[in-house]
Design a binder for this molecule. Sequence first.
Ligand code: PLP
Length: 417
Amino acid sequence: MVTAVNSVAQQAPVLDVMRRRQDFPILHREVHQHPLVYLDNAATSQKPWSVIEAERHYYAHYNANIHRGIHHLSQEATDAYEAVRDKVRDFIHASSREEIVFTRGTTEAINLVASSYGQCLQAGDEILITEMEHHSNIVPWQLLCQRSGAVLRVAPIDDAGQLIIEQFAGLLGPRTRLVGLTHMSNALGSINPVKALVELAHRSGAVVLVDGAQAVAHLPVDVADLDCDFYVFSGHKLYGPTGIGVLYAKLARLEAMPPYQGGGDMIKSVSFAGSTWNDLPYKFEAGTPNIAGGIGLGAAIDYVRNVGMSAIAAHEADLLAYASAQAKAFPGLSQIGTARDKGAILSFTLAGIHPHDVGTILDAQGVAVRTGHHCAMPVMERYGVPATVRASFALYNTRPEVDALFHGLAKVREIFG
Ligand code: PLP
């Protein structure tokens, strides 16, 4: 279990979880007269004081629009926002700041690539994705297929929720122009061997977009090592604000791509006869961005780097192992997603009880989990279930919180008999 995470975990420094919990004000509140046990981190993570404070400080002290202003506040805001681009570059090991495009999140970043890069696709070309993708990494490609006449192919997963590599390789062919795959599944926790898959795809001439929405908060990410063409993620799953995300793309790709949206900031010159585009990455950043969100994202990256990505991975691997052992022993519980290489997500069903009922009873005890299809309906279809219960862990979760989850599930069993 958790092989990649475990290999990181072996050399990792220890995470002082009780100290870290002090950094997250929301963790001290109660829900329905119980201490909050927040296990919905795959949907969005909670924010440390440093992120909250970075946004507040921007609004209180140097709120101004960026890039265009000659006045002092505008320059301060521009410097702070642009410093985050360098931080992101360093965090994911991109080779230049021009390769970092700010977006609203993962979803917008994928749509940007589908709209812009997608313009080079033609009828009969193929896009290959996997069966474990989030809707964000399915629907933009379906729309592109409708526009271009390209065909969507889907590489299947096995019963454990692992991509079947031979079938993935078999689906790559001379018509495959683009591969979209998740680094870590939000519904199953499975971690894909991205580096090897990118190599396979490149060998057959396809470019690769990696959806890092989940992985970025749990694993060290190195886009240079992965050699992917595009890597996308959202700030809000990385302890940062909502409404800010990142598209990393190799420079040569961005240079060849047409603009995504038109408007201010993405142009060099405008006349009624025609317009010219700004330098990278601004060509892809039309309009006033989420300045406060960007600054908050910078604080979030500082925060996780300070804790240490390998310490986070080790702590979460321990939580997952602890939770998985209890899950195995729990009567009527079926785990959905038991990949060897897995992030800190426990997805399951309880025999004879609808996941929404499970979620409601857990909520009454202060335990927040997600129930539903997790924006991955094809995964639910693959397992023949309408929904699952998903507990997803973050750096601030503890073993007693895992115990609270299973104590809550015992109550569910008691109520439903
Ligand atoms: N991809 C994965 C794997 C996700 O888990 C999510 C969100 O849950 C997304 C994409 C979409 O992210 P966002 O809604 O932040 O754009």
